[in-house]
Design a protein around this ligand. Structure first.
Ligand code: TPP
Ligand code: SF4
Ligand code: MG
Length: 328
């Protein structure tokens, strides 16, 4: 077989291995101890281990501290509009199904202003990894209550404590038709963060991963009871779930066997918030992905789009009299 020079260069680029630094862009501007740092470290490791090609990878986010994520990845990225990360990611996936798409969204971004997009994104089940950075607060705008703020939490908008019971992102997601993957991790267990993200990466469909994340700037001791007491973290184990290492299992003895294929049991586990369940709650690889069932990529070749536009515009064109006569 005769290979042209360009083919050789392309092949070399594709076979190239990337080290961790290949994915590290600017130095994060998050506060010291912010849980977003742990999530970023796990994602960069995952990209390296899965040999992701930076030019074939896109990180999309809304607005918030967590939404600064794309700036820190040396891949393509779109730091978009508050609450709109998911429709933008869906647009990217529809037109470029060959790209690996990741979404970073905060609890305000996803569960408040972006809630409608979240529900429909789960139902559309497009192939992407959605990471909900849940710190129970609006961080970027300096401490307003979010839908996941627990009742009683004092914030700038709830100075006497939040009145409402917190929204549970896991049970909401598990209640939507076509849900195909739901997992949870906590930033203080980096091994679990990595394993859950790796499972999400290998799932075909929308993988919804909620990561409970510390915000030491505005809620300094808020998650300490769970951080300091292993019993208040429930590790979900199963041969189809994530593997728990011997070291982790020795300290975190509160474990429960859970088959991720069991939706009803997943809903039951998700509804318990203390202890915090961590691991894979639900996985169904057979739910169809919207971008595959619609085959939109076939419809959107530039020639077809141009021809369609010309046809539509022709309907409204006002021709000069002589041209109209010619056409008769
Ligand atoms: C349309 C719109 N409304 C409100 C804002 C202000 N705003 C920016 S970030 C944010 C909330 C961020 O909270 P969250 O999504 O939880 O992210 P975090 O900063 O906690 O990571 C708000 C209300 C905005 N930028 N745009
Ligand atoms: S304000 Fe909170 S969420 Fe934002 S960077 Fe600082 S610690 Fe992280
Ligand atoms: Mg938040």
């Amino acid at each position: 077989m005769n290979l042209r020079a360009t083919d050789c260069v392309l092949r070399m680029m594709h076979e190239e291995e990337h080290d961790l630094e290949s994915y590290q862009a600017s130095i994060p501007r998050w506060c010291n101890g912010c849980g977003d740092n742990a999530i970023l470290a796990a994602v960069q490791r995952l990209c390296r281990d899965e040999k992701l090609r930076p030019e074939k990878t896109v990180f999309v986010s809304g607005i918030g501290c967590s939404s600064r994520f794309p700036h820190y990845m040396k891949t393509y990225g779109f730091h978009s509009i508050h609450g709109r990360a998911l429709p933008i990611a869906e647009g990217i996936k529809l037109t470029r199904p060959d790209l690996k798409v990741f979404v970073s969204t905060g609890d305000g971004d996803c569960c408040s202003i972006g809630a409608a997009h979240w529900i429909h994104a789960v139902r559309y089940n497009m192939n992407m990894i959605v990471v909900l950075h849940d710190n129970h607060i609006y961080g970027l705008t300096k401490m307003q209550a979010s839908p996941t703020s627990p009742a009683g939490l004092k914030s700038k908008t709830t100075p006497r404590g939040a009145y409402l019971q917190a929204l549970n992102p896991l049970t909401v997601t598990l209640g939507v038709q076509n849900v195909s993957f739901v997992a949870q991790a906590v930033d203080w267990l980096p091994e679990v963060v990595y394993d859950v993200l790796a499972a999400a990466f290998h799932h075909k469909g929308l993988s919804f991963v909620r990561i409970i994340q510390r915000c030491p700037e505005f809620l300094p001791q808020h998650l300490d009871p769970w951080l300091h007491d292993p019993k208040r973290n429930l590790l979900l184990t199963h041969e189809n779930g994530i593997a728990i290492s011997a070291g982790l299992g020795k300290v975190y003895k509160n474990q429960r066997t859970h088959d991720p294929a069991d939706l009803n049991r997943a809903r039951e586990i998700a509804s318990v918030e203390d202890p915090i369940p961590v691991g894979i709650l639900y996985r169904n690889p057979d739910v169809p992905c919207y971008e595959e069932t619609r085959h939109l990529s076939v419809l959107t070749t530039p020639d077809r789009v141009r021809a369609g536009l010309e046809k539509e515009l022709d309907k409204f064109t006002v021709w000069p009299q002589e041209r109209r006569d010619e056409a008769r």
